[in-house]
Design a protein around this ligand. Structure first.
Ligand code: KMH
Ligand code: ZN
Length: 280
């Protein structure tokens, strides 16, 4: 099996310090959280920018400052800004990160309810727009699919030549309003992607570690982080993103999976064409 790629989703847009005081907001906090996650074994940092007071922002100047700070502390780690931003942001706000010299970014592949009155809107035309902007800048899209219909959308857009190979999916399961993250959900998603695609599981809340174990055993990859889950175990807050990464590393050791370096992760994801010229 390939080495295990661990992505750390260090900040998110919705989780706050009121949920877990270790959610990073400032540039220094972001760089520190990323550094500790990388030291623990993460090879990709999934990133949402925040203002110092925690307000989510897609402002490219803020992203640039955070990315530079992370790059300084974390060497060649893969930095994956989100184009999802926060619920309610416009296309133009969200897409700003595509103007930065980055090698990878999130592409959300469908709309879903997001709890309460919130709807995370990604229409077909939004997806086409984001895909064209990312590929146009030679940025590798991480295909976030929150349910099976989103995979169908990817395949439809692939047939039209809009979404291209190599394909790396993230199965984001357990969002309130989306698909749950039970084993049967994982298997359904897993069986629905092309044989030559790679994937990570993104288990929200209580699904974080059960999905991680399924993926580790299956040869897939894993994302953890305070964006997705604030607990190390039931009722115990994680003392930072690195604690969640450490738990996955221990799980991987139990199952005999080695951990991918950033260089190895680029090979596994076939990112050669999205080369270092993009790294800020
Ligand atoms: N914050 C959510 C609305 C992404 O990173 O692109 C969207 C999200 C997905 O987290
Ligand atoms: Zn995200």
């Amino acid at each position: 099996m390939d080495d295990l790629i661990i992505t750390a989703a260090i900040s998110g847009a919705e989780t706050t310090k009121a949920h877990n005081p270790h959610v990073p907001y400032t540039i220094d906090e972001m760089a520190d959280a990323a550094y500790k996650a990388v030291q623990a074994g993460a090879s990709i940092i999934h990133l949402h920018a925040r203002e110092d007071d925690g307000t989510p922002t897609q402002d490219k100047t803020r992203y640039e400052a955070i990315i530079k700070a992370i790059r300084k502390r974390c060497g060649d780690v893969i930095i994956q800004p989100s184009t999802g931003g926060a619920v309610g942001m416009s296309r133009e706000e969200r897409v700003q990160v595509a103007d930065l010299p980055i090698e990878m970014a999130t592409l959300d592949c469908g709309t879903l309810n997001f709890g309460g009155d919130a709807i995370f809107v990604n229409t077909e035309n939004d997806i086409i727009y984001f895909a064209n902007r990312l590929y146009g800048k030679n940025i590798y899209p991480e295909l976030e699919c929150f349910e099976k219909g989103h995979i169908d959308m990817v395949m439809r857009l692939h047939k039209k030549g809009i979404i291209k190979k190599p394909m790396h999916f993230s199965f984001v399961l357990g969002v309130v309003g989306g698909m749950t993250g039970e084993a049967r959900d994982f298997h359904f998603m897993r069986e629905s992607i092309p044989k030559d695609a790679t994937y990570s599981v993104v288990g929200i809340g209580k699904y974080e570690f059960s999905l991680a174990e399924l993926a580790i055993k299956d040869g897939g990859h894993v994302r953890v982080g305070l964006e997705d889950n604030i607990y190390l175990e039931k009722g115990v807050l994680a003392e930072g993103n690195h604690a969640l990464v450490e738990k996955v590393v221990a799980m991987a050791a139990k199952h005999g999976r080695s951990i991918a370096t950033p260089k190895k992760a680029r090979e596994i994801l076939k990112m050669e064409a999205f080369d270092d010229a993009h790294i800020l």
